[in-house]
Design a protein around this ligand. Structure first.
Ligand code: ARG
Length: 568
């Protein structure tokens, strides 16, 4: 937003050197003492033209002087142009963005479609904490693109096809407990899946020939059931459909609590019929080749299997079929896949193959690091898998204790909703606050802390602004930025669109999280130092600033998928 407003000035100045030059925009200065924004064009240009950068900067700087919004311009260091913005102009821009539905976010994605492939659990298994980061990060990538004018398709690419279902059918026939299935379908399916694994355990088979024979039979049966399912066998289809429907019903409950929705839930099964023709076509064109009974694609020194020896489709083949489908249906400009970073190699191979198919869309894999649970942090019921619902329940219970302690004035009825927003929001925010690639260590104390870069702190800061606005007996007036803390808060708010743009471009929710945190800090510093309602002549202007900060904080929280609270 500010860089865009200053762009014409930059273009005008750049033209003094070279009217055809590619103009770079301004960037924030690292140090406020050097002004608000810095323009590095002269430095870059002089280098390529083998001229003196400092002299070039001095030649270009005067072009900015006196332009609307510019209070001061200076040349620094080896040839940087530093710009200090005018307070009245900043105040006017802030009023403009806070009155606009987009909060000044530019519609960089207008007319373009992005597909965000995220969450994507494998059905018949419980959602556990491992699915959480994909869901949280993917959801924010969706929100950021929407805010930036993209048409967004959020797609939950669930694992609902292939060999696990053959195993489940056999396990169902052998060991099912229908009472347990009626009470907790996914729990029972998970038990059956684990049971199948135990009964076919390779280690045990090595030393126990009788067991090995039984295991081999079970394995053969499972493969036969998978093949039957894939051929459309009615009974297996019906079982598969029921397993899937029960799983989805449970997941939907979790997604609703997390505040996440999808535009499509096209699982792997949606592409099953597309895979074989694609593999055949690649064989015919020579892109794929037969290798020891399987079909593979060689790409550089990477080999991707697209059809197994037994004819089954692979993960890569399904992703290739899926990309075809997406291109045909939506013609996306961008496709983003959010998974565990350990799948990085798969995506690198798959993107490279897709490029050779002339898929023009930009394709990005957002690989996230692990969520590390401290020993004994939570009770683990089924093995060491922590169920997502249990985690959310515990977070809400802890938040409720916090609310009961700190916000005893809140009416009983409101406390549950507030605890829900804080609890679920804290779990979410912990996944977002660090860059996706970083491992996160789970830490209840830090997550629920009222200070520091935590969800409660952000929610509390915004609720504080609401409380000031509620108590005010005057109306907000014209904003005047007279005190450095007022100026700092206004400028931070104005940089909100830049933060959204950078977070979107880099698939990095943490960039926005960091900015919202800084905004809250600037707001609290301002509020701590300067009286608002008791501010005398300055009261109406300061109230306008509180109101602007309120809008920016609330929008920032929403784009992160947190629920802004009126009070807490
Ligand atoms: N179901 C997969 C898993 O649990 C993730 C799918 C990611 N999306 C994709 N198009 N490959 O690992």
């Amino acid at each position: 937003m500010i860089p865009s407003l200053l762009r014409p000035y930059c273009a005008e100045a750049a033209a003094l050197v070279d009217p055809t030059a590619e103009v770079d925009g301004v960037v924030p200065t690292n140090n406020a003492a050097h002004g608000d924004y810095q323009w590095n064009f002269a430095f870059r240009m002089a280098k390529t033209r083998r001229e003196n950068p400092r002299a070039m900067a001095e030649k270009l700087a005067p072009s900015f002087a006196g332009k609307p919004g510019i209070r001061a311009v200076s040349v620094a260091g080896p040839g940087f142009i530093n710009l200090t913005l005018d307070e009245a102009w900043l105040a006017a821009q802030l009023a403009t963005i806070t009155a606009s539905p987009s909060t000044g976010i530019e519609d960089e994605g207008r007319g373009r479609t992005v597909i965000v492939d995220f969450s994507s659990p494998n059905v018949a298994k419980r959602m556990h904490v491992g699915h959480m980061r994909s869901t949280h990060i993917g959801d924010v990538i969706v929100r950021l693109h929407r805010a930036s004018g993209w048409s967004v398709i959020g797609d939950n690419h669930i694992g609902d096809w292939g060999t696990p279902f053959g195993k489940l059918v056999v396990a169902w026939d052998e060991w099912r407990d229908e009472v347990a299935y009626a009470a907790d379908a996914v729990g029972e399916l998970e038990r059956l899946y684990v049971k199948f694994g135990d009964e076919t355990d390779g280690e045990r088979a090595k030393t126990d020939p009788e067991f090995a024979a039984r295991a081999a039979t079970l394995g053969d049966r499972a493969r036969a059931e998978t093949a039957k399912l894939q051929r459309g066998d009615a009974r297996n289809r019906a079982l598969w459909a029921d397993f899937k429907a029960r799983s989805m019903a449970e997941y939907e409950g979790v997604y609703a609590r997390m505040g996440v929705r999808f535009d499509e839930v096209l699982g792997e099964s949606a592409y099953a019929a597309l895979v074989d023709p694609i593999v055949e076509a690649m064989l015919a064109s020579g892109q794929a080749e037969a290798s020891e009974g399987a079909v593979v694609i060689r790409d550089g020194n990477q080999v991707a299997v697209v059809r197994k020896k037994d004819g089954a489709a692979t993960y890569t083949a399904t992703d290739l079929a899926c990309v075809r489908y997406r291109v045909d249906r939506w013609n996306p400009a961008r496709m983003v896949y959010v998974t565990d970073v350990r799948q990085a190699q798969h995506f690198a191979n798959f993107f490279s193959i897709a490029k050779k198919w002339n898929v023009a869309a930009e394709m990005a894999h957002v690989g996230f690091g692990m969520l590390k649970l401290p020993e004994g942090a939570m009770s683990t019921r089924a093995g060491n898998v922590i169920r997502l619902v249990d985690l959310l329940d515990e977070a809400v219970a802890r938040a409720r204790a916090l609310v009961d302690e700190k916000s005893s004035s809140l009416p009983e009825a409101e406390r549950a909703a507030v605890a829900d927003a804080i609890g679920v929001g804290s779990v979410r925010y912990q996944d977002l606050v660090q860059s996706p690639a970083t491992d996160v260590s789970f830490d209840w104390k830090r997550m629920l802390a009222m200070d520091g870069n935590s969800a409660p702190y952000l929610l509390y800061s915004r609720a504080r602004a609401r409380s000031i606005l509620r108590k005010a007996e005057i109306v907000p007036g014209t904003l005047r930025l007279e005190h450095p803390l007022e100026r700092e808060l206004a400028l931070t708010c104005l940089r909100f669109p830049e933060a959204v743009s950078a977070a979107t471009r880099n698939y990095a929710p943490n960039i926005l999280a960091e900015h919202v945190y800084r905004t809250c800090e600037a707001f609290n510093r301002f509020y701590y130092e300067l009286p608002v309602l008791q501010g005398g002549d300055a009261a109406a202007s300061r109230l306008a600033l509180v109101s602007a900060a309120d809008v920016v904080m609330a929008r920032g929280l929403s784009h992160l998928g947190l629920v802004p609270l009126e009070r807490m």
